[in-house]
Each structure stands twice: as C-alpha cells, then as structure tokens.
Design a protein around this ligand. Structure first.
Ligand SMILES: Nc1nc2c(c(=O)[nH]1)N[C@@H](CN(C=O)c1ccc(C(=O)N[C@@H](CCC(=O)O)C(=O)O)cc1)CN2
Ligand SMILES: [Mg+2]
Length: 301
C-alpha cells in the first residue's frame, strides 16, 4: 500500500460510523420526547449469500443506532402472495416505521409489485414510485440509500453542498437504484450532470471531463487512469467479486491502483460507499419514523 493511497482515500467506514452514532443520538432524543423507538422490518427471500451478509449488517447497524429491527426470512420458493401478505401486515403495523425487501428477489417474484405495495411513507429504500416522483420533482422524499450515501460523502469531502455548485458530475450507469436517483440529487446540488452508459459513444472522453466521476455499472475495474481528469474526485459504487491469484476478492468499478494516482480523492472498495449505504438506511428509518409521528411532509437529510 503506497502513501498516496492514504493521502486521497475517502474513508466510508469512518463516515458511516459517525453517521450511525449521530442517528443513535437522535433516536435517543426521539425516545425521550415522543416515547417512540423507530422500527425497521428487513425482509429477505431465499439464501443468496451476499444478500444475507448485507441484511446481517443492516440488523447490526440498526442495533447500534438504537432502532428496533426485525428480520423476516422467507424461503426461496415462497409465492408472490405470501410475500405480499407479509408486506401488507408490516404496512399496517404501527410499530414498524421502515420496511425494506432485500434485492434482488429470486425468480419469478416481481420486485416492481412488491416495491409498489410498500407504503410510501415506510419505504426506507426510496424505491416506491411516489418517492421516485417526489425526488425528481425536487420535493422532500425518502431517498435511496446508496445515492444518499454518495451525496453525503461528497458534501463532507467538499465541506458542504455549496461547493458542488457548477461542478461537472459524470455518472456512469443508469440504474433505478443508483444512477438515476444520484443524477437527480447532484442536479439539486447544482452540479452539471451527465449520465453515461453502455450505449454512450466515446465514454472515456466524457468521463475525462468530470470534476466528479461516479462509477455505478457493476463492471470490475472498468474505469482506468486515462478515463480520469487529474484532480477529479472519484466515487466507486461497484462491488464485484473476482478471482485474483486463486483467491476471491472484492473490487469496485474503478481500477483503484491506477486511478488513485491521478484522482484528488477516491472511495475504496470495500470500505467506501457500501458502509454509507447501510448508515443511510438508519437515517432514513429515523426520518420515516419522524414523518409518521408528525404526519407531515417527509424529511430529507
Ligand atoms: N433493498 C435493497 N436491496 C439492495 C440494495 C439496497 O440499497 N436496498 N443495495 C444493494 C446491496 N446493499 C444493500 O442492500 C449493500 C451492498 C454492499 C454493502 C457493503 O457495505 N459492502 C461492503 C463489502 C461487503 C462484503 O464484504 O461483501 C463494502 O463495500 O465495504 C452494503 C449494502 C443491492 N440490493
Ligand atoms: Mg439502498
């Protein structure tokens, strides 16, 4: 590991620890003032090993944040009706303020139908069409955790959102979970935003124009040094398991070793955006609980 690595690395784990500690303080205050403990229901269907790790981490972090969390495990062969009945029950449970269904769901379950069924005010993943619409309209909403985590990291790095104004942000990837909502958040932060994707012509030239480059495509180490303008800030959302020297390891969508030589700051994988995704879920659960207590507009961080 070179010194350079330490110089420009954005530590997502440390930021996530601080965010969870802050949520824990706010949860304690809510408990004292409103006598409510925010409740988070985490639903997992099947045995996907990665999903199990993520769900385990969500439950662990919820405990640290002082939330009540309950894990619901459904078998791989559960029916759409069984899953939907569980969601209906959680929608009607006043002690549950946040509901999430871990994705991807096993085939042939419909993710779209399940997401739409979750009550929008309990949709702590921010995937419900109502929350997506509110985000695009610039209204307060529950915002998807990974994009929110990226924005918080950028805000902290630049010492406030004002410094993002006028910067050219290039988002690689157009998924509903990351690329599209992140582009909206950056637009609201007054960035000039480009989204590039698999059909984009001369993607490298566009990426090289970015002041802020965000990779969210799920292609291991796609982004190399020559894609990055010297001094750019690089956020790596990818989490890809690869074989290297006979061992399994996790890498991002960015070739960290080469890109860290030119970027002014870069998030590592692991230990970058991933931990912030889970910390933001805690923040969203607190926000959802507040919203349900106040019966007012959703609150956004
Ligand atoms: N319902 C949802 N499903 C999925 C989401 C989501 O936000 N909501 N996002 C991803 C998975 N995900 C959270 O659910 C997630 C993935 C990875 C991490 C993380 O912290 N990764 C670590 C490495 C973990 C490892 O060792 O395997 C890291 O990057 O440091 C957090 C959350 C898809 N599904
Ligand atoms: Mg999320």
């Amino acid at each position: 590991m070179s010194d350079r690595y330490h110089e420009n690395r954005i530590d997502g784990k440390a930021m996530a620890d601080r965010l969870v500690a802050d949520v824990a303080k706010q949860v304690a205050t809510l408990k004292q003032t409103e006598h409510v403990i925010p409740g988070l229901a985490v639903v997992i269907v099947g045995d996907d090993p990665a999903s199990k790790v993520y769900v385990g981490n969500k439950i662990k972090r919820a405990k640290e944040a002082g939330l009540n969390s309950i894990k619901y495990e459904l078998p791989e062969n559960c029916t759409q009706d069984e899953l939907e009945q569980l969601i209906e029950r959680l929608n009607n449970d006043a002690d549950v303020h946040g509901i999430l269904v871990q994705l991807p769901l096993p085939k042939p379950l419909s993710e779209a139908r399940v997401i739409e069924l979750i009550s929008a005010e309990k949709d702590v993943d921010g995937f419900h069409p109502q929350n997506v619409g509110r985000l695009v309209a610039g209204q307060h909403s529950l915002v998807p955790c990974t994009p929110l985590g990226c924005l918080i990291m950028l805000r902290e790095h630049f010492h406030g959102e004002a410094a993002l104004s006028g910067k050219h942000a290039v988002v690689i990837g157009r998924s509903n979970i990351v690329g599209k909502p992140l582009a909206q958040l950056l637009l609201q932060a007054n960035c000039t935003v480009s989204i590039v994707h698999s059909r984009t012509r001369d993607i490298e030239t566009l990426c090289r124009q970015a002041d802020i480059l965000i990779a969210a495509v799920g292609r291991p180490q796609l982004v190399e040094k020559n894609w990055v303008k010297p001094g750019a800030v690089v956020i790596d959302v990818g989490i890809n398991a690869i074989e290297s020297d006979g061992a399994r390891k996790l890498v991002g969508d960015v070739d960290f070793a080469s890109v860290s030589q030119v970027a002014s700051a870069i998030t590592p994988v692991p230990g970058g955006v991933g931990p912030m995704t889970i910390a933001c879920l805690m923040q969203n659960t607190l926000n959802a609980a507040r919203m349900q207590i106040q019966h007012s507009d959703p609150i956004r961080t």
